[in-house]
Design a protein. Structure first.
Length: 500
């Protein structure tokens, strides 16, 4: 259990003391097509129809949800009513109570890449000084259970309260910059915010269902401040901004390029609409920027004071540097490998017993191993993406993982390509397979090529609203080229000679 030094006097008295003690627990937390078509016309037609239906379902499901988001995103927080408000004891002199916005920069951990927001409350009359932090989660259940809950969308975060020394000490150890700004609030606004914090500290309200865009540590502070300001913040933040949720995800995970690419693939069109100013305040730095430009209801003479004043840099560190653009690296690697394999492609007679011709690769010891490495990575990564997207669609409460257009590109069954890739990698030559197996593989590749063509059409025609521009430019051409290479030179059927 993480212990914290309690202030000499509690805030707000018996309710806060009990909640603080309860809250400080270990949390922190991817030619030659005619022969196959002629043999498999019926099966191909049925499977093509299935793909078309799947694509239609994908589009139908996403467009409805995106429309719902546009409506819901424009509204305010809709906070629960505070029950039994008379049980909350306010300080006798609210002029002695000050609230501070605490903004924490991004960090080196994956879960720190959006930054963090907290509220600091200082009551000079009771000599109390506490930081309210909505970013705590329970990792004590174990890594497997935690990962399973995360995938299914069970994200139970909670409010914790701690002294500033403990809170700021953690950010110093993590080498994250911290800014603190005083909040100019009227007495009535202080009372409203105070009551909401006390309500949140009740046992039944401490835990909440975390949603990374719409209900997180920063939106909690935004919503509570908006309530105190009488809804003025939400009312004045309905205009759209140029950026989308996807823009922010890619920007903030630029320091971890593989994660940025993975999230770009795994998340659907729900994150491709432009945000409102209100929604953009899910980001700590954006919330602070918006509040710095917001006026308070506190008057100094005839002049309205800014909502934030007394800015203070509590600590300052160099933020993590962005890595190379992952799509540029990935595109260069894929196009380089495919180009090399096409340059080694040569046409040869398949057999002296037949007039049929085929293809093979020059420098087989090298070229087939390059093919094997590429197939290994594409099967493993693409198959994993497909498995995650398919499973998430069925099992996860993360709606941003449902109805993903990229399922036309990455299939769960792609992981079976590991078997072929290992044979190329170990033997360094063409795979000799049975005639039925070759037919099935060519059928699979044909369907994959068809699905990729549908994918490109849906994206370029604007039928699908999911942003897949980077995949279209850097990944799809290489995947289609590699499928053509494997079709023509990756394997050959074992020919049996009959003697009669």
């Amino acid at each position: 259990m993480i212990a914290a030094n309690r202030p000499t006097r509690a805030w707000p008295y018996n309710i806060i003391l009990t909640a603080v003690h309860r809250s400080l627990t270990p949390f922190d937390a991817k030619l030659s097509l005619v022969p196959c078509l002629q043999r498999c016309t019926g099966r191909v037609a049925r499977l093509l129809r299935m793909l078309t239906v799947t694509a239609s379902c994908l589009l139908a499901g996403t467009s409805v949800q995106a429309a719902e988001d546009v409506v819901n995103g424009a509204e305010g927080p809709g906070l629960p009513e505070i029950t039994n408000p008379q049980s909350i004891r306010l300080p006798a002199d609210l002029s002695q109570v000050d609230f501070y916005l605490v903004t924490v920069d991004v960090g080196n951990n994956i879960w720190d890449n959006f930054g963090h927001t907290a509220l600091r409350v200082v009551d000079r009359s009771s000599n109390s000084d506490l930081v309210f932090n909505w970013g705590l989660f329970d990792a004590s259940v174990g890594n497997v259970t935690f990962a399973s809950n995360f995938f299914r969308g069970i994200l139970n975060y909670q409010l914790g309260v701690s002294p500033p020394a403990w809170e700021f000490g953690r950010y110093e150890r993590e080498q994250r910059s911290v800014w603190q700004d005083h909040l100019n609030l009227t007495t009535a606004q202080k009372a409203t915010l105070y009551r909401r914090l006390a309500w949140n500290l009740r046992e039944e309200n401490i835990v909440y269902s975390y949603q990374y865009f719409f209900d997180n540590c920063t939106t909690r502070v935004r919503d509570y401040l908006d309530e105190a300001l009488g809804g003025r913040l939400a009312e004045q933040s309905r205009a759209q901004v140029p950026r989308t949720f996807r823009d922010e995800v890619l920007s903030h995970y630029a320091t971890v390029p593989p994660v940025a690419v993975s999230l770009d693939i795994l998340m659907n069109e729900r994150i491709d609409r432009r945000m409102t100013r209100w929604e953009s305040m899910f980001l700590p730095a954006t919330l602070r920027t918006e509040l710095l430009a917001f006026s308070s209801d506190v008057m100094n003479g005839m002049q309205r004071q800014p909502l934030l004043d007394e800015p203070q840099v509590v600590m300052e560190f160099t933020p993590p540097a962005a890595g190379p653009n992952a799509y540029h690296v990935l595109g260069a690697a894929l196009f380089g490998a495919v180009l090399f394999l096409f340059l080694t492609l040569k046409r040869i007679p398949i057999s002296s017993f037949s007039s049929r011709t085929g293809f093979t690769l020059r420098l087989p010891g090298l070229s087939y191993r390059v093919m094997g490495i590429m197939a290994l990575l594409l099967s493993l990564v693409g198959g994993s993406y497909g498995l995650i997207m398919a499973a998430a669609w069925q099992e996860s409460a993360h709606l941003d993982l449902h109805n993903n257009l990229n399922l036309l590109l990455f299939w769960p069954t792609d992981i079976l390509g590991l078997l072929l890739s290992l044979r190329w990698l170990v033997s360094g030559r063409v795979c000799q397979l049975g005639k039925t197996t070759v037919t099935l593989i060519k059928l699979y590749l044909l369907l994959h090529l068809f699905a990729a063509i549908v994918y490109v059409f849906l994206a370029l025609a604007g039928i699908a609203s999911q942003n897949v521009v980077s995949l279209l430019i850097f990944v799809v051409p290489a995947l289609m080229g590699f499928a053509v290479l494997v079709w023509n030179a990756g394997f050959s059927a074992i020919r049996r000679i009959r003697f009669s």
